[in-house]
Write a protein that binds this ligand. Structure first.
Ligand SMILES: [Zn+2]
Length: 400
């Protein structure tokens, strides 16, 4: 049975560990059960501590019946060793755990919303699941203001034990799940929770609490929050991003949204102008192709091969051309690897665009489809096969 020293003294992070028998575990790891420890094992929604015992790294800590097992990266001989808990990881866990009690109680006090469960991380935002499916930004501000008010009052956070009878007189936010000897964590005169985690001795040590995201999961809401050192890290990251953005936009930080809105509006206008220019250019190109079309007995023929042009643009050009009377056209784009081809046969030409497409693509073993007036297809083709691409069309139309 390991004595859990972190309950009464969560601030001691260095101690002498009495190592007895070491048990080999999987993956070349070793387990040590100590008679007394300050290492916190994963439990009650809070992650385990890490650190060192002598020359061994403590990789994991968990409960095994009444014992606490310390998972080590190397074996140790029985004896006394200096042990050290990773201070930053523990402090973040304590800040987040204390913040979680206060946040859950604040949801109840400020918004009358009950919390269901929590996951304390410290390394990434911790979460509280609450009994609602939505929160407005006003709700979030209200609960943050309320919770941070409790932090700024620097209330004492106490822990003590009660028996079942004494427990009946404690105004627990959530009823204890255990009976007999119940550990109460009290945020002075504000929140009473049955809990076996490590907490800050005063709310001021939590520093700051901020909700960073909410996420709907079935009919509940998962609230992601940061506190203490992690809240500072978030603020520093956000500040950096905002400063870089305001520098790029040549605006002050508070003017970023307005600057982006202005740029988006100008971008929209530029896109409209670009679209108009593009449309004019295609109209001019279509007119030029019609002017230089080959005149046959009762039709006109256009053939054009383009290099490295978007296939979508070829289609736009085809749509402009197909209005022309008596038109037969073959338009192609080749990018060095892939050929895209469109055939047009006006309904007044007695020809079928699908037949013409087949004449063009069949010998290249490529396929396509469409209707009688416009068809398209293509695929990978060697450069030399593109050389006299329209020979088949001329043969099909019996043109020299
Ligand atoms: Zn707790």
């Amino acid at each position: 049975m390991t004595e859990q020293l972190y309950f009464d003294d969560p601030l001691t992070l260095e101690f002498t560990a009495e190592v007895g028998e070491i048990v080999p575990l999987n993956d070349s790891k070793f387990g040590a059960v100590l008679p007394r420890t300050y290492f916190y094992p994963t439990s009650g929604g809070q992650d385990h501590d890490t650190g060192t015992i002598g020359a061994a790294r403590v990789l994991d800590v968990y409960k095994q019946g009444g014992d606490i097992l310390h998972v080590l990266d190397k074996s140790l001989s029985p004896g006394s060793y200096p042990a050290k808990i990773d201070a930053q990881r523990r402090r973040l866990a304590m800040q987040h755990h204390t913040a979680q009690h206060i946040l859950s109680a604040s949801f109840l006090e400020a918004l009358e919303i009950e919390s269901i469960s929590a996951k304390i991380n410290g390394g990434s935002p911790s979460t509280v699941d609450i009994q609602t499916d939505q929160l407005s930004s006003d709700d979030i501000t209200r609960v943050e203001d309320f919770a941070n008010g409790i932090l700024f009052e620097n209330r004492a956070v106490k822990s003590y034990y009660v028996n079942d009878e004494q427990a009946l007189k404690i105004p627990f936010r959530k009823a204890p799940k255990v009976s007999g000897r119940i550990r109460v964590v009290e945020v002075d005169n504000f929140d009473y929770t049955p809990c076996g985690g490590t907490h800050c001795p005063n709310t001021g040590m939590v520093g700051l609490l901020k909700i960073v995201k909410t996420e709907r999961i079935n009919k509940k809401l998962r609230v992601h929050f940061v506190a203490g050192g992690q809240a500072l890290g978030y603020f520093q990251d956000y500040q950096r991003v905002l400063q870089e953005s305001s520098s790029l936009l040549e605006s002050g930080i508070t003017g970023i949204a307005e600057a982006i809105a202005g740029k988006l509006e100008r971008l929209k206008q530029a896109e409209i102008q670009l679209e108009a220019l593009h449309s004019d250019r295609l109209a001019a190109e279509a007119a030029q192709l019609i002017d230089s079309a080959q005149t046959l007995v009762d039709r006109i023929l256009i053939t054009a091969l383009f290099r490295n042009r978007p296939a979508v643009e070829l289609r736009q050009l085809a749509n402009r051309l197909r209005k022309e009377k008596k038109l037969v056209a073959v338009l192609a784009v080749y990018d060095g690897l892939k050929l895209s081809l469109i055939t047009i046969c006006g309904r007044d030409t007695d020809l079928d665009a699908r037949d013409l497409l087949q004449k063009q693509l069949g010998p290249l073993k490529l396929k396509g489809g469409g209707d009688g007036s416009l068809a398209q297809g293509g695929g990978a083709v060697n450069e030399e096969l593109v050389g006299d691409l329209f020979k088949n069309t001329r043969e099909y139309l019996d043109v020299a």
